[in-house]
Design a protein around this ligand. Structure first.
Ligand code: ATP
Length: 457
């Protein structure tokens, strides 16, 4: 059972999710606006927050930030209308676990919630550590044949056998952790631990003791002596993900550790030497963070000995078919349907889509469609609206949205537009309602309701 907060300004949506999640055995609280959500998140102990991106005049991004600053380990899912995918991707950069586009299927929602809770359990269990290669993300092989990724692979081969500090930069989901693991796995100490920490996911007050360890009694709650990750990593690799999120005081301590190859536990009397190689990653522009005074320049230079830039997927489109095939095979095997294959239209759309959320988004899409498919052939209808290229009609909508001098009967106007669009969808699909629903990104049930409302069909 998990503690879940649902934030939506629409009452019907709140109630729908509340009932659904309670049936699944979760404890559910709801909030209709930002202040209520913030107050509930401030009490801590939430496992998951599901928030709509649009909350009247308020934004789900503010809910996300409030939740993450009150309790960084709480997972956040954002629900969006498909017109706002860019904002959804921004939400993922701000720490959301995933996003769901409306209209979503109940199975899809359950799948994403299950994954988010699993992720949280894994983090909690492991003190946000992921020791060793292979626990998450599978093998550390860097897939792709594009020039950009070939260059990355060559640089990895060059730096892996050295002990040089490496800074991996790139947008969210481009494979920065994959590269960190590859550097470790191809290094001379691959049998030593690979220890990863997400610097952005740990409360400020605890990060110093996570990294450097603490002595018993050094602060309230320090009931046992604890090793820091610099010690746990031995002479393996310590991967500092989201290094740009480190608070200033910890930046100072990290700088000193890197300069002297020594660290000290919180409350400790003496330094210990450490042998781990440091790989850091950031999806922020660290140079800009330095200019803004949020990241220490001296630490930046210490980390930035070798910089490896992970190209976004849109700069290496030729890798898309490789990832599609790779994740299809992987998830098909996982769900026990090894012969699953894509219908030609589904494949065409998957290869054409831009993937603003990079490889992670591609992997998520593949996992969803493979899991949700009924038979062996995966039809295009299962793809999220954004991948199907469903577009809101910005120009047409703006033209229809001109307000005449004399005013307008808004409801009648909207009804007329809706009716015309429904009719066209039916015309185009020869009256096949499931097809028409797909064209309009509606569920079948919602289409039927709308048709009945206008007495069509
Ligand atoms: N070149 C690649 N080869 C194989 N898998 C990849 C590659 N790049 C990314 N992936 C997969 O994409 C997903 C996201 O990768 P990863 O977690 O390394 O991204 P990231 O850049 O560290 O993201 P974030 O900044 O959000 O932490 C993972 O499932 C990973 O296995």
């Amino acid at each position: 059972m998990a503690a879940i907060l649902v934030v939506d300004d629409e009452r019907s949506m709140r109630e729908f999710l509340e009932i659904l999640l309670q049936k699944e055995g979760h404890e559910v609280a709801t909030a209709a606006d930002l202040p209520t959500a913030r107050a509930r998140a401030g009490q801590g102990d939430l496992d998951l927050v599901i928030t709509d991106l649009r909350l009247g005049r308020e934004s789900g991004l503010d809910v996300l930030q409030a939740v993450k600053s009150a309790s960084p380990a709480t997972e956040v899912l954002v629900v969006t209308a498909f017109a706002t995918t860019d904002t959804a991707v921004q939400a993922m950069k701000l720490g959301a676990y995933d996003y769901l586009q409306k209209p979503f299927k109940v199975d899809e929602l359950k799948l994403v919630i299950g994954k988010a809770l699993e992720h949280r359990a894994l983090l909690a269990e492991n003190r946000v550590l992921r020791h060793r290669v292979g626990q998450r993300g599978g093998d550390p092989e860097i897939l792709g044949t594009s020039a950009a990724i070939t260059e990355v692979r060559e640089l990895v081969e060059k730096v892996a056998p050295t002990r040089t500090t490496v800074l991996v930069t790139g947008e969210s989901g481009t494979g920065k952790e994959v590269v960190a693991r590859a550097i470790h796995a191809q290094g001379l100490r691959a049998s030593e631990p690979f220890v990863a920490i997400n610097c952005g996911a740990i409360p400020e007050g605890l990060i110093e003791s996570e990294l450097f360890g603490h002595q018993k009694g050094s602060f309230t709650g320090a009931t046992e002596q604890k090793q820091g990750l610099f010690e746990v990593a031995g002479s393996g690799t310590l991967f500092l993900d989201e290094v740009g999120e480190l608070p200033p005081a910890v930046q100072v301590k990290l700088l000193r550790a890197l300069q002297e190859r020594k660290a000290r536990r919180v409350g400790g009397a003496a330094d210990y030497a450490f042998g781990a190689r440091i790989v850091a990653a950031t999806n922020r522009e660290l140079e800009a963070e330095v200019r803004a005074g949020r990241f220490r320049e001296d630490l930046f230079y210490r980390l930035n000995v070798i910089q490896l830039r992970m190209p976004p997927l849109r700069e290496r489109r030729e890798d898309v078919p490789i990832f599609v095939a790779h994740f299809l095979a992987r998830f098909a095997a996982e769900v026990g349907r090894p012969r699953a294959r894509l219908a030609p239209e589904a494949e065409r759309l998957l290869l054409a889509y831009a993937y603003p959320g990079n490889v992670r988004e591609l992997a998520n899409v593949m996992e969803r469609i493979v899991t949700l498919a009924d038979g062996e052939v995966i039809e295009a209808a299962l793809l999220p609206p954004a991948v199907r290229g469903a577009q809101p009609l910005p120009q047409a909508a703006t033209a229809a949205a001109a307000l005449p001098e004399v005013g307008i009967d808004l409801q009648a106007h909207l009804d007329a537009i809706e009716r015309r669009i429904l009719e066209q969808a039916l015309e185009r699909t020869g009256g096949v309602k499931t097809e028409a629903a797909r064209l309009l990104s509606l569920t079948f049930r919602s289409l039927r309701y709308r048709l009945a409302k206008f007495g069509i069909g």
